[in-house]
Structures are given as C-alpha cells and as structure tokens.
Ligand binder design. Structure first.
Ligand code: FAD
Ligand code: MG
Length: 320
C-alpha cells in the first residue's frame, strides 16, 4: 500500500503527445521505466518516422509480407477486426488519407476531391492480409498504409497499467493525451476532467472512476480551418473527409483502454442514438457524448459518476 496520500506526477512528451504519470509514491526510477516502455511501443508502432515495424509493413505494400513481433501482430489483428465490423467508422488502412490530409501536422489542407477518391481505393481493410503462423502482414496494393493512431494509445495505456501492477504499484494513473488508464481506487476515486470543446483547459465536468480507462476523442484537439470550415482528424472511411455529425467529442469508460480507443471511433461513426443502442449489448462499456448543441448524453452511468461544472451544458440520459 502507499505510505501516504500524496500524489506524485511525472511528465514527458512522447508520440507527439503530453504524457502524465501519477503515482502515490515518490519513484522516479519507476516513472523512467514506464516512459521507456511507452517509447519502446512508439518505436514499434509509429508511422511518423521512416522506420518502425508498422512502417516496414507499409513500405512493403504490394510487394511482400513482413513478419512483425507478436504484440504488433496482435494489435493489427485487433484493429482489422474493428475495421471489419459492418458499417464500421474504424479503418486501420486509413493511412494514405491521414498522410494526405496531414491534419495536426505541418502543411494540412483540403485535398482535391479526385485525389481523395483515388486514395479511397487503397484504404480497404480487407486487403490487410494477416498470417497467424508467421506473424506477418501483407498489404495487397501498392500505396496502402496501416495507421494505428486510433487504437495504439489505448493498447499502450493498458500495457502501462499491467506494468505498474507487476511492479507492485496498487495505485496509478497514466494519461497519454486523451487516453487515461487508472490502476486501483484511491480515496474518492480518480477524478478526470471532461474538456469543454474549443475552450482550452476549461471543463464541462468531471468523472470519477476506479480501475477504469477513460478515453476521449474530439473534433477540437487536432483540426485546421480553411474558408471558414473546420476539418478535424477523425476521417470517415466511406467518404475520405472528416466525419461530419452532431458530435464535438465522445468519451468511453471501459476496463481496457484499447476498447475505449476503438469504441470512440465507432461511436463517432454511429452518433448518439445508434451508439447508445449498440452499447446496450456491451454493459462493460459506457459513453459520454458531447454534442455541438451543448448536450452531454450518458449512455449509462454504472462504472463512473459524472459531475457537471458548466451550466451552459445540459445532461441527459440515453433514450435508446
Ligand atoms: P483518435 O480519435 O483515437 O484517432 C484519430 C487518429 O486515428 C487520427 O489522428 C488518425 O491517425 C487515425 N484515424 C483517422 N480516422 C480514422 C478512422 N476512421 N479509423 C481509424 N483511424 C483513423 N502525433 C504527432 O503530432 N507527432 C508524432 O510524432 C506522433 N507520433 C505518434 C506515435 C504513435 C505510436 C501514436 C499512437 C500516435 C502518435 N501521434 C503523433 C499522434 C497521432 O498522430 C494521432 O493524432 C493520435 O494517435 C490520435 O489519437 P486520439 O486518441 O486523439 O484520436
Ligand atoms: Mg480512438
């Protein structure tokens, strides 16, 4: 057990994101090991450098299969399964469109419609071929690219939780920038802010959780504006343009952060009503939708408590 109730915070920047670790004991060495663990996964999974295991697969698109380490293979298998769900908004093969739009990176702009149409033809998840026996991945068409940006942080947050547990910590929190995973249950639970869209660090409210992941995907973190229109980084795999609907953000509360990461993207595609209906089959996963009309819709509230701080918003339960 921790020797006092003080929280010690450690921070760094990895994966282009601010990383925050909270522990209930002063342990710089443990914090460094956690950051090294995150860096190792970043080195395997990144598509923002010329080389990583995922980039090795991408460079061999249309040419040959590439054998990868077991964790990378399993994450890709999981991302493919999420992509193959009927009408899924999640698509692990979205890479060519992400690279072309460059949303959140230098040089972002709206691509010409014919370029988007051409790129859509090389974003088919069924053309990501997996071979279980050799842990290898083959992209069937030249130019195809896997992008794990919508799932990798969730996966890594779970690995950090497992590592902290293995190291004997019974309380801890990791925030990978939008992906929070918590270990244990401090007095009063972990309090996590729900950000107000387009308002800096202002909060709509707070959630209190124990032993749970809280993942938020929003239209307000990575976007650019052109001719008075806003373009955010969650792309609709059917059109190649940013998903356009009533939502500003979706927050998922789940045991594993990988589920939260996958489901934020699925929920973005489904919207509030279909999303809440889909979650009825998954009582272990709950969502908070924040709409452009300033509503906060809770799919259910079994594994967290929500406290509203901003009276400009209205909280409603699911009607699904
Ligand atoms: P989510 O909503 O969970 O995912 C959105 C991201 O997923 C998009 O940014 C895109 O990458 C991808 N995506 C878009 N549409 C879809 C779709 N329909 N289906 C599936 N995926 C989609 N950022 C930097 O600025 N610099 C870096 O060097 C950098 N390195 C990274 C390395 C790793 C290993 C990871 C995991 C992320 C890195 N990032 C970096 C951040 C990355 O570019 C994304 O912005 C981030 O992963 C988005 O996470 P999210 O939870 O905010 O968004
Ligand atoms: Mg996601």
């Amino acid at each position: 057990m921790s020797d006092d109730n003080r929280v010690y915070s450690y921070s760094t920047v990895l994966m282009g994101s601010p990383i925050l670790l909270k522990l209930f004991s002063h342990d710089e060495a443990l914090a460094s090991r956690v950051f090294r663990l995150i860096k190792r996964y970043e080195d395997l999974l990144t598509v923002n450098r010329a080389q990583s295991q995922v980039m090795d697969i991408n460079h061999a698109a249309g040419k040959h299969a590439v054998a990868v380490s077991r964790p990378v293979f399993e994450l890709i298998r999981c991302a493919k399964a999420a992509s193959m769900i009927k009408d899924s908004a999640f698509n692990l093969a979205i890479g060519p469109l992400v690279k072309r739009w460059k949303i959140g990176f230098q040089g972002d702009s709206v691509p010409p419609a014919d370029e988007i149409a051409a790129l859509l033809t090389i974003t088919r998840p069924e053309e990501v071929m997996l071979d279980e026996a050799s842990s290898s991945v083959f992209l069937a068409r030249p130019g195809m690219e896997i992008d794990l940006g919508a799932i990798a942080k969730g996966y890594i947050a779970d690995r950090v939780r497992d590592y902290l547990r293995k190291e004997g910590a019974d309380l801890g929190l990791i925030n990978l920038g939008g992906n929070v995973q918590t270990l244990g249950s401090p007095d009063g639970g972990w309090s996590i802010g729900l950000k107000k869209p387009f308002a800096g660090d202002a909060l709509i409210g707070t959630l209190t959780v124990e032993n749970r992941s809280v993942v938020t995907s929003g239209t307000y973190e990575r976007y650019f504006e052109q001719n008075g229109r806003r373009y955010h980084h969650i792309l609709d795999p059917r059109t190649g343009y940013p998903l356009d609907n009533a939502l500003d953000s979706v927050t998922l509360i789940s045991t594993d952060s990988i589920d939260g990461d996958i489901w934020t993207t699925l929920m973005f595609g489904m919207g509030v009503e279909k999303g809440c209906a889909a979650l009825r089959a998954r009582p272990d996963i709950e969502a908070i939708f924040v709409t452009k009309a300033k509503e906060v819709v809770l799919s259910s509230e079994h594994h967290f408590r929500f406290t509203l701080l901003d009276n400009g918003y209205r909280v409603t339960g699911s009607t699904a």
